[in-house]
Structures are given as C-alpha cells and as structure tokens.
Design a binder for this molecule. Structure first.
Ligand SMILES: [Zn+2]
Length: 318
C-alpha cells in the first residue's frame, strides 16, 4: 500500500495517525513512543492496521515492540480493528474498560448492535469481520488505575456520558488526555484564526448529558494542556473548548426535549442541530461553502440525532 498517510507528530512521542475511515482526518489512532516500548491508543477498523504498521516502520520500530493496544470504548470506530491489530502485535496486551472487555473477546453483540445503527451495507463496508481477542490477552482498567509504559505513566478514569463503557487516559508527561469521544469532535478542517471548533458526539445508545458534563469536569481538574481527540487530533485552548462543549451538550439535550412530542421529531432535531452547528461555525470564522459545511457535519448530525432520540425514549428519566 503506497498511499500517503496523514500522521501528525506532536511533542512527547505522540503521533496521530489517520485511521482511514470514511474521509481524511475523520478518525485517529495514536502511537505513543518511549525508548523501551510502544503503545497504540484506538484501533480504528481492520484497514487501519496497515497504516499504523507503516508509521511504526517509518520510526524504525517494530510491531513486536508494542506492549499495549488501548481502546477508549468499544464503539467500532475506536475498537473495530482491535482484533486485527492484536494479531499483528504478538506481544501486546489489549487494555479495555471493564464494561467493554467482554465485547472484544466475543464481538458478536457488538456487531449486531452496530449493524442496527449503521445498516448492513455500511457496516460491511466500514468494518468487515470483527476478529475476537483471546481473553488472556485482555486487561481492564478500573477508575483510577494506572499503567507504566517505559518512563511514561498513564492514568485511567471512568468517563460515562458518551458511553458507559468509556474511559479516558491521562498522560502526565504531556499533560494531556486521550479523550476518545468524551471531549467531543474537532475536525481540523474547521480550524480558523480563532482556533479549533468543537462539538459533542451523542451517538446511540448511552448518551447521558449530566454524566457527560461531569466527566468533562473531572478531566478539567487536571488542568490539561492538551486533548488528544479521536476525531481528530490534538487540540489546545482547552478551557474555551470545555466551555463550548458544556454549552453544546446542554443545547443538544434541550433540543431533544423541545421536540420530544413532535411527530417529525427526527427531522426537527436534525434540522435544528445542523442550523446550530453551521451558525456557530460561521461565528467561529469557518469560511468554506455551505454545501461543504453541511457535508462535514452531515454524518454526525444523523448519528447524534439517533443518540438523542434513544436518550429521550429510554435514558432521560432513569
Ligand atoms: Zn468515535
């Protein structure tokens, strides 16, 4: 495969690798380097493995040096390629959330629920076959647990709100969080002179607005300098982004409640969310065409609306 892979290299031995899903710079996997060991955070899908191996090779390192593959949660844009990566990284241990581990060992339920969200055609195109991981190669990290990678110490905290099987990973060395989906989405194509643009991901089926806000507040207690987002790459200016995220989570929840009884609920939520996002992007100084902007947000608006509707029907009053 001779294709050119986007790999954004940051200080401290951290590289965001474009996992190649859907469109350029939509989803990332991260390579963490220390002198004695390597780790991968987020596994992308099965096709991402080649890209990760190419970046490892370009560093003069080998897949045998990877001691840990870590997935923030078991949604498939984060964990779909875990089984494939584990085949290619024979010395690696897979690190998962206590609620996620069994779904990586036996991915059949994961596959069924993802097919329900995406439909068979899109599922087959995006994920193909999910490869199970042997149970003895999987460890879980409870809230507060840590992991030593050479001189680098990673700390894990439970971060429900996007999903109940989600943890985030604190890297003391770079004073940054690997946020998975808890700190939302920030596409680099929406960067302006005002900095990054951010918005929440509320995909089905465990969106929980108060829990999401509480998880972000816990992350902010570390006073982080960096957030390494799966969608996509590192962002700084973290305090402003945290405020933007809180406002948007509240806005999305209100939007859902407002249209809950409407007979065209899905369409109304989608339209309002798209208008809110495009309006905020324009205020932020994003200059691309309306068509392009709606294209960038389109997929997320559909999935976010599904997640908000699920929350309205099942989660809100529990
Ligand atoms: Zn995701």
């Amino acid at each position: 495969m001779a294709e050119c892979i986007t790999a954004l290299e940051y200080e401290g031995g951290i590289t965001a690798i474009d996992s190649g899903m859907v469109r350029p710079q939509m989803a990332a996997c991260y390579l963490l380097e220390t002198e004695s060991t390597l780790a991968v955070v987020e596994a992308g899908n099965n096709d991402s493995a080649d890209r990760i191996l190419q970046v490892i090779a370009s560093r003069g390192r080998s897949p045998q040096e990877v001691s840990h593959v870590i997935v923030t949660h078991v949604h498939l844009d984060h964990a779909g390629g875990a089984g494939k990566l584990m085949q290619l990284m024979p010395n690696a241990t897979l690190v998962a959330h206590p609620r996620g581990a069994r779904h990586l060992i036996d991915p059949s339920r994961l596959e069924a629920s993802a097919r329900a969200v995406y439909g068979d055609v899109q599922f087959d195109r995006m994920y193909g076959t999910l490869i199970p991981v042997a149970g003895e190669r999987v460890i879980v990290m409870q809230d507060g647990d840590s992991l030593q990678l050479g001189q680098r110490r990673l700390e894990f905290i439970d971060t429900p709100g996007h999903a109940r099987h989600h943890f985030c990973i604190w890297d003391e060395q770079s004073r940054g969080w690997f946020t998975g989906d808890t700190f939302g989405i920030s596409y680099r194509e929406l960067d302006t002179e005002n900095g990054p643009f951010i918005f929440p991901t509320t995909t089905p089926i465990q969106f929980d607005p108060p829990a999401l806000i509480a998880s972000m507040e816990r992350m902010m207690e570390k006073d982080p300098d960096n957030m390494y987002l799966t969608h996509f790459g590192r962002v700084q200016d973290v305090r402003r982004l945290a405020a933007d995220m809180k406002l948007s989570v509240q806005q999305f929840a209100d939007l859902g409640s407002r249209f809950d009884a409407d007979k065209n609920r899905e369409e109304k939520i989608q339209t309002e969310m798209m208008d809110w996002l495009t309006g905020r992007a324009r205020n932020h100084g994003v200059g691309c065409s309306d068509t392009r902007l709606r294209d960038i947000f389109g997929n997320d608006v559909v999935l976010n609306t599904q997640g908000i509707e699920f929350w309205l029907d099942h989660g809100r009053n529990k």
